[in-house]
Structures are given as structure tokens and as C-alpha cells.
Design a protein around this ligand. Structure first.
Ligand code: MSP
Length: 668
């Protein structure tokens, strides 16, 4: 039986309101699923929700509802959003469904009977907010001595508890071997390196239960009714329970291992170390590729409920429409890297690519054909070097689109597509159909218009996975009723004589920020306040003008020079971040422990919390000035300063080096 193309997204916490991060992964998976289907593959695209755990239980209790009623209501937010965004998942799994819980219980029983799960008591710092234990060295100590969870910065409590443990350590070497032998398993390379680093350290056993008296909302441990399953052990198994693991061998074998498991970079370790060892313990292979994509900031700031800048994707769909949201999200940043979402950036990209290149080409092709050729698809006629060159360029770009898309390089695939549109516009400009019409050369005019429309057809076909509705509309205007990848690299797929439809602009230009967006932006900016310490950022109303004029006054920067001797006094060194945590007393500061090639780590306090999360900095090699006189920042002594590029929106990027050099290396 042919292998089914299987692609998954993470299961989103049902308590959270869907945001751009969730939307990004699901749309990315949908684009790939649509493309593979168009290529003729049988596809299984899975998404869903993670519905157990303390937070869900607490929220339901606060609302006076049973957890099940609570999650039944909340799950609809995700289901409705995916529908609005035209996502074509084949299945939506909820971890509270019987088809999932039975598999989790069977897996637990098998591993327990085999001795891979054992019971032991444990004492440690428990974080209710993160629903996990931390060791002494993990917790952060606030100024008043309170111990805090490094993930959530909420207080932790010392807890002694007997629980069941999964012998993760037993499978550590197998996992290391798997990673070594499967270079394509983890992508992009930055995440692969992060995992390889983590695999160098000890892998301990994993606590996979919680006492029921403390957490009543979870899957019961089959042989011990005093316990429920830990959320991650439960949720990860969805990827196999949804495709019939232990129930429907044929479907399971056709789908697993998954072709792509898409996740965000923050859940790399759970999906590699936890999930990888769980699979190996069950005798199953990990997925062919687990891709951990980068994160979005919003208008230059870290997305956060407390900042109030979490953009509701429903608002984006209301204002911009599903196709434009899908397109811009996938075009705006590389899949593996981080990126910033801004409404201005949205508009710029929409106008530059969808309106000015693709929409414009269609408009020109159809309106000129209407004006001079009776509004029908003209014959191909006699081909000249101009058409041969156009054909060669389009063929190359179609191949590039395909290669990029198959590698999840969405933004590069779209760049190839835009270049096809540009090639069409350029061809039209250089062949000058208006001059041919004037000269009465109707045969050549027909050939030129036909080739222009053929490029539109290619654009329409390749737009399909990203903008399914606009693609269909575009092709319908060319007289085609269905979207197909068949012969898409050939400029000869239209039906001669088919009537063309002009219609309204396919992608009308957006020249004003839609009022609802302008309003949302002002609210978020006012709530967040200006990023003073980082030199700018979204300013509350009224401050904008002053900032602008300041900027123009600075248009011609003049620098005070320093002597070479002065420069050599500055000790700029490569430092590797060992750990990072929020400053206990200042939202914008992070407290980093860095390896600067010295005997003991240094503490550096940096004003970068609006741009970077602590987790993403660990393991990064940055540039630091080490001989600045130490100074206290909000009570924490900082022994250096990190270098970063900054702009009007604050920090843009930390400075680093091109080569992977050792901590302590001097920059001179
Ligand atoms: N429930 C777990 C996953 C279990 S999978 C078996 C979970 N859920 S989540 O709802 O918190 O996160 C889901 C995804 O959203 C993660 O992949 C995470 O990386 C992603 N994002 C959260 N914030 C994001 C951005 N700001 N930008 C991009 N993606 C982000 O973790």
C-alpha cells in the first residue's frame, strides 16, 4: 500500500485563545497538505487540541463548569478559526476523546508490564503554573528569597511525591544513535544543533504521572486509580492514536512515520527527547522530519497577554480575508527563523506582491485581450525568442517553487512565484502589445497576449496551496474550472477561444490601514507604553510626531571618532549563554549567565526581554563587552553588556559571529 503523506501540527492548549503562532503552524501544514494532494499524494493532515491538565481544571472550576463542558466549549474557537482560514485537515483530535485515551492507557500498561515504567518517590520544586518539577539548580531566586519557576516566573513549592516514571534514560543511547544516523530528522540546522547539544547531557527518567487528588483532570493510570497521566506523555501520543495505532493497522502503517511534524521551537525537547524515546520504547521510528519553526513578535514586541498585543487571527481574517492572511504569514519570514508581524509590513507585502505583481498582471492580460482581441484566449501563434526566454524562465521558477515548498521553505517558494509574475509583467512591457495593436500586427499581438495569460495561469495554479480562493477565482477568469498542477511549467495550458472575465481587481490595493486595525494597534501601543530603554518602539498617540521629527534630524549621522588605542581598550568577547531568566523586578530585563571562556560564568543583565524569550537565548553565542565597569541594574549586578542591533522598534537582533567560535574569543 502506498505511503500516505502524513503531516501534523502540535495540539494547541484548549484554554488558550488561538493566536498568530497557532495560525502560522496550521496554515503551514495546510499549504503543504494542499500541495501534496495536488501532486497526487494521499494526504493525512492532523491537528487538534490538548485538553487535560491543571490549568484546564482550574479554569473550568473558576467558571463553575465541569472540565469536559469547559473544553467542549473552548475547542470550538480552534475549530472555527481553522474553518475560516480554509484549513483542510483530515482529522482534528482532542485528547479527551476515547479513541485517544484508550491508546494512552494501553501504552502505559504495555510499558509498565515491560518494566519501562516504575514507581518512586521524589522531592523537588514543583511549579503549579508549569505543571512540572524543577531541581534546586533550575529555580530562580527572587530578591526576597522566593523561589520561582524558570519557565513561568511563578512561585514554586517544595513537594515530596510518589509517582510513576518512564525509563527515558534507558532509550537515551538509542535516541543519540537515531539523531546521528538521521541527519534530516530535525530541522532547521539551528534546532538540530540545539538537540545535539542537549543529547550530550544526561537524559534522566521522566515523571509521567500526577496524583489524582492534586490533579483530577487527566487520563487515569490503568493499574492505579490514584494517579493520572502527565499532560505531555498523554498529548504526544495523539500523533499515533489519531491514525489507528493498535486499532487499525492498515491506516497506521500507511501513515507512520509521519513525513512532517511541525512544531514551534519552544517545544523541541518534548518532541525529540520525550517523544523520540517514547517511540523507540514502543518499537516505532520517529518521524522523517520534525521541523521546529521560529517565533513571531508583534509590531516589534514579544507577543504577550500582559502587553495586550496578542492579535486575534479572526480579526485578521475579518479585515484582510483568509487568503491574504495565509499568503502574508507564509511569505513574511523564513520558516525556521523568527520574524516580526506588523500591519504596515502586512500591507506593504500585500500591495507589492499580490496587488502590484500578480493582480496587476491578470488585470493587464485580461483587459488588453478584451480591448483588442474580443475577450477570448488568443491562439499561441508563432513563437519567437522572447517566448522561448519567458518559457525557460518560468520553467526554472516553477522548479524552484517546487523544491522550496517541498523543503518547507515557504517564503522562498513564494519569492519564486512572485518572480514568475514579474517575468510576465516584464515580458508584456518589452513586447509592447499597444504598439503591435497600433501597427495592426494582430498575429503577434495575439501571441503576446496569449503568453501573458499563460503566465497568469501558472501564477494561479501555484497560488492554490496558499490562496485557494483567489487561485480559483483567477483561473475561472481565464476560463478554467479547476486548479491543476498538470503542465504548469508549460506556457500552453489554456483553452484557445475560452472567454475571459475581467471583474473587480483580484487583489485590490490597500492604501489605508483598515480602521479596525489602526484602532487595535493604538490600544496595544497605549497598553504597552514606549520602549524607552530600547530606543523607540510603538509610542502612544501624540508621541508619534515628536519621534518622527527627531528621526529626520538624525538622517545624516555624524560620529565622533575615537583613537585606535581607545578602541583596543574595549574587550569585546564571544560569550555563550548558559542560562537566562526574567529579571525578578523588571519586565524588560533578562538575567543571563554566560560562559566568557573564564573559570566561572558571568552575570549579564540585558534589556532584551521584549525581543527574546529566555529559552531561545540558551546555547546562543553572542558578543559582549566585558570590561565595562560592573553596575547594578534593578538590584542585580551586571558584569558586562551584550551587543545588539537596534532600530526605531527597539532591539532588532543580538550581535553574533558568522563562524562558530569558542566562548572567550576576542573580537578586534
Ligand atoms: N500543548 C502543547 C503542545 C503539545 S503537542 C503534543 C503546546 N501548546 S501551545 O498551545 O502552547 O503551543 C502551540 C504552538 O504555538 C507551539 O508550537 C508554539 O511554538 C507555538 N507558538 C506560541 N507562541 C508563538 C509565537 N509567538 N510565534 C510562533 N509560534 C508560537 O505547547
Amino acid at each position: 500500500m502506498a505511503k500516505t503523506f502524513y503531516i501534523t501540527t502540535p495540539l494547541y492548549y484548549v484554554n488558550d485563545a488561538p493566536h498568530i503562532g497557532h495560525t502560522y503552524t496550521t496554515v503551514a501544514a495546510d499549504v503543504m497538505a494542499r500541495y501534496q494532494r495536488a501532486k497526487g499524494r494521499k494526504v493525512h493532515f492532523l491537528t487538534g487540541t490538548d485538553e487535560h491538565g491543571q490549568k484546564v481544571f482550574r479554569k473550568a472550576t473558576e467558571r463553575g463548569l465541569t472540565p469536559q463542558v469547559h473544553v467542549d466549549e473552548l475547542v470550538q474557537r480552534f475549530q472555527k478559526l481553522w474553518e475560516r482560514l480554509d484549513c483542510t485537515h483530515d482529522d482534528f483530535i482532542r485528547t479527551t476523546e476515547a479513541r485517544h485515551t484508550t491508546v494512552v492507557q494501553e501504552v502505559l500498561t504495555e510499558l509498565y508490564e515491560r518494566g519501562d515504567i516504575y514507581k518512586e518517590s521524589y522531592a523537588g520544586w514543583y511549579s503549579t503554573s508549569a505543571e512540572r518539577f524543577w531541581t534546586e539548580k533550575d529555580v530562580i531566586v527572587a530578591e526576597d528569597g522566593t523561589k520561582l519557576c524558570p519557565d513561568t516566573q511563578q512561585p514554586v513549592e517544595w513537594l515530596e511525591e510518589t509517582n510513576y516514571w518512564f525509563r527515558m534514560s534507558k532509550y537515551a543511547d538509542k535516541l543519540r544513535a537515531w539523531a546521528a544516523e538521521h541527519g534530516e530528522w530535525i530541522r532547521p540546522d539551528s534546532r538540530k544543533n540545539e538537540l545535539l547539544g542537549a543529547l550530550k547531557k544526561d537524559i534522566e527518567d521522566l515523571c509521567i504521572t500526577r496524583p489524582k487528588e492534586r490533579l483530577p483532570w487527566g487520563i487515569p493510570v490503568p493499574w492505579d486509580s490514584d494517579y493520572v497521566t502527565y499532560v505531555w506523555f498523554d498529548a504526544l501520543l495523539n500523533y499515533v492514536s489519531a491514525i489507528g495505532y493498535r486499532k487499525d493497522e492498515e491506516t497506521f502503517n500507511a501513515c507512520w512515520p509521519a513525513d512532517f511534524q511541525l512544531i514551534g521551537k519552544d517545544i523541541l525537547i518534548t518532541h525529540t527527547v520525550y517523544w523520540g524515546t517514547m517511540l523507540l520504547a514502543l518499537g516505532l521510528d520517529p518521524a522523517d522530519c520534525l521541523y521546529a519553526h521560529g517565533w513571531w513578535t508583534i509590531e516589534g514586541r514579544k507577543m504577550s497577554k500582559s502587553v495586550g498585543n496578542v492579535v486575534d487571527p479572526n480579526l485578521l481574517v475579518d479585515i484582510y480575508g483568509a487568503d491574504s492572511v495565509r499568503y502574508v504569514l507564509m511569505a513574511e519570514k523564513s520558516f525556521g527563523g523568527d520574524g516580526d508581524f506588523s500591519h504596515k509590513g502586512f500591507q506593504l507585502r500585500y500591495n507589492a506582491e499580490l496587488a502590484n505583481v500578480m493582480g496587476n498582471l491578470l488585470h493587464r492580460g485580461v483587459s488588453m485581450s478584451e480591448k483588442w482581441l474580443g475577450g477570448a484566449v488568443a491562439p499561441l501563434g508563432e513563437i519567437t525568442d522572447a517566448e522561448r526566454a519567458l518559457q525557460a524562465e518560468v520553467s526554472e521558477l516553477v522548479a524552484s517553487y517546487d523544491a522550496h515548498l517541498c523543503a518547507l521553505s515557504y517564503n522562498n517558494a513564494l519569492e519564486a512565484l512572485v518572480n514568475i509574475g514579474k517575468a510576465g509583467n516584464k515580458y508584456l512591457d518589452s513586447e509592447k502589445p499597444w504598439a503591435l495593436n497600433k501597427a495592426g500586427d494582430m498575429a503577434r499581438l495575439a501571441t503576446v497576449m496569449r503568453h501573458t495569460l499563460e503566465v497568469c495561469r501558472v501564477v494561479g495554479g501555484l497560488l492554490a496551496p496558499f490562496c485557494p480562493n483567489k487561485s480559483q477565482e483567477l483561473l475561472a477568469r481565464l476560463g478554467l474550472s479547476n486548479v491543476s498542477l498538470e503542465g504548469l511549467d508549460q506556457l500552453s495550458g489554456l483553452q484557445e477561444g475560452a472567454s475571459l472575465t475581467h471583474g473587480d481587481p483580484l487583489f485590490p490595493r490597500m492604501d489605508e490601514l483598515p480602521p479596525a486595525i489602526a484602532e487595535a494597534l493604538e490600544t496595544a501601543a497605549a497598553a504597552a507604553g514606549p520602549l524607552k530603554s530600547l530606543g523607540g518602539g510603538a509610542a502612544p498617540k501624540g508621541e508619534k510626531k515628536a519621534k518622527k521629527s527627531k528621526k529626520s534630524a538624525k538622517a545624516e549621522p555624524t560620529f565622533e571618532t575615537i583613537s585606535f588605542e581607545d578602541f583596543t581598550k574595549v574587550e569585546i568577547r564571544v560569550v555563550e549563554v548558559i542560562s537566562a531568566a526574567p529579571h525578578p523586578d523588571a519586565d524588560r530585563l533578562l538575567v543571563l549567565q554566560v560562559d566568557a571562556g573564564e573559570d566561572t560564568p558571568r552575570t549579564i543583565v540585558a534589556g532584551i526581554a521584549t525581543k527574546y524569550s529566555p529559552e531561545e537565548l540558551v546555547g546562543k553565542k553572542l558578543l559582549g563587552v566585558l570590561n565595562l565597569a560592573p553596575r547594578k541594574l534593578r538590584g542585580v549586578m551586571s558584569q558586562g553588556m551584550l551587543l545588539a542591533a537596534s532600530g526605531s522598534k527597539g532591539i532588532l537582533s543580538m550581535a553574533s559571529t558568522l563562524a562558530d567560535v569558542a566562548p572567550g574569543s576576542r573580537i578586534s
